[in-house]
Design a protein around this ligand. Structure first.
Ligand SMILES: [Zn+2]
Length: 161
């Protein structure tokens, strides 16, 4: 609530809005920022009066914060207390861990799929060889007739055992 009050007060104070003059803003943790105001034209919903406001005041304060609050590097915002920053850090870490886990799992999955694909290709070529072996012999043997089967049989290992 303090932030909003401070922002309102700051907007009224500066007399040199307009042109490309920079003005001073403050971050909620008390750092000073010099920026060109980002004027947004507004219309009052009740009175229909045109007006304008400084869009920078959505992000920064127009005057130094009375109660500076800590900046949070984890979400690039400000929290009211250090505890909340700490909580935000923990949440960010959990998010990162989850993301890492998922990334690793996806990588593993990709690896598995790659392996499966290789195995499939191997099996396909094996199947092809087997099928060719099965198909080729009868086709080659058929023209030579049944007469050739008999002389071979005594010599085959199956028959001798
Ligand atoms: Zn945060």
């Amino acid at each position: 609530m303090d932030k909003k009050q401070a922002a309102k007060a700051g907007y009224g104070i500066t007399g040199d809005i307009g042109g490309l003059k920079k003005r001073k803003y403050w971050t909620p943790d008390g750092r000073e920022i010099l920026q060109v105001p980002q004027i947004i034209e507004t219309v009052n919903t009740k009175t229909k009066e045109p007006g304008e406001r400084d869009g920078n005041l959505d992000r920064w304060l127009g005057s130094p914060p009375e109660n500076p609050v800590p900046y949070c590097p984890h979400c690039d915002k400000w929290h009211d207390t250090e505890e909340l920053v700490e909580e935000c850090r923990e949440r960010a870490e959990v998010r990162t861990r989850k993301f890492d886990k998922r990334a690793k799992r996806d990588l593993a999955k990709d690896g598995e799929i790659g392996e499966l694909k290789e195995q499939m290709a191997e099996m396909q070529s094996m199947m092809k060889q087997i099928l060719e072996g099965i198909n080729v012999r009868p086709i080659l043997q058929q023209p030579s007739g049944t007469s050739q089967e008999n002389p071979e049989e005594p010599g085959s290992p199956e028959a001798s055992v």
